[in-house]
Design a protein. Structure first.
Length: 282
């Protein structure tokens, strides 16, 4: 028997061999896909950088700088003066600006009736102020001198500041109140609050009665009561009345002044108490 051997190489299927052109095409496609992926990665990185830069300059950067303060409602204080009041906080950026501290500082200013403070990201501070409206003026003793102070409808004393001449002419001066040693922000004694309420009500009337009165004097009586002495503007006559100050009382006073002046030119004092009119001459 003769030997018989078969070589696998002799019967290999030539169809399994890839043509050289196919290998080159596949390599180019793979290389192209790699380039596309690289471009996509670079594009995503650029988008991320742009987004990061936008967020940083839009939100982060403003937040780490001094905040922008917007002040509304202030009349006698400028926005710069309000900001200066907050400088002791040393708020160098939006993050360390403390709303409660700001409200506490501004609320301590006696001119401000109410204060609201709001933070808005990234760098805005909104401050709204309601100032006290004066209804009367009085004088207190400060460092040995008399200083004009205003009184609001709640009886709170606060400093006089930048009142227009027109507005000041209809704000009556009250003397005789026990406020010589009171400081700003304090309230006048409770028994005088009805007088302030009466003055506030009269000031809401269209007729400017207090333009005809230069001063309202509080005259103490026994047992803690008091009466009022009104001094008309441009007149040396004093008008004594009870503690009820209203529109009817002021009309009655003006009529009495006209009548008495026409009868007795040398009158120094008119008494409107007890439902009758009496007067005193020089």
């Amino acid at each position: 028997m003769s030997d018989f051997s078969i070589r696998i190489d002799d019967y290999a299927d030539d169809s399994l061999k890839l043509p050289s052109s196919y290998s080159e095409e596949t390599g180019k496609r793979v290389e192209k896909d790699n380039v596309t992926k690289a471009i996509k990665v670079i594009f995503v990185i650029l988008l991320f950088c742009i987004a990061f830069e936008f967020v940083f300059y839009k939100f982060v950067s403003p937040s780490i700088k001094a905040p922008k303060v917007n002040v509304t409602g202030a009349k006698t204080y400028s926005a710069m003066e309000v900001v200066d009041l907050l400088r002791p906080m040393n708020a160098t950026n939006w993050f360390n600006f403390d709303v409660e501290s700001a409200v506490s500082i501004l609320a301590s200013v006696s001119v401000f009736d109410s204060v609201s403070v709001k933070k808005t990201f990234p760098n805005k501070i909104y401050i709204n102020i309601v100032e006290r409206e004066p209804v009367a003026l009085t004088f207190v003793n400060s460092n040995g001198r008399s200083v004009a102070m205003q009184i609001d409808k709640n009886g709170v004393i606060f400093p006089e500041k930048r009142i227009s001449t027109e507005k000041q002419s209809v704000i009556p001066i009250i003397s005789g109140l026990p406020v010589e040693h009171m400081t700003e922000g304090m309230r006048i004694p409770s028994k005088y609050r009805p007088l302030i309420d009466q003055i506030a009500s009269i000031r809401n009337i269209s007729q400017k009665y207090f333009a005809a009165i230069s001063e309202i004097c509080v005259v103490p009586k026994e047992y803690g009561n008091y009466e009022l002495m009104l001094i008309p503007a441009g007149s040396k006559i004093k008008v004594i009345t009870d503690r009820s100050l209203n529109e009817d009382a002021l009309k009655y006073m003006m009529i009495a002044l006209d009548v008495v002046n026409s009868i007795e030119p040398d009158v120094t004092e008119i008494d409107l108490r007890y439902g009758s009119v009496s007067y005193r001459k020089r």
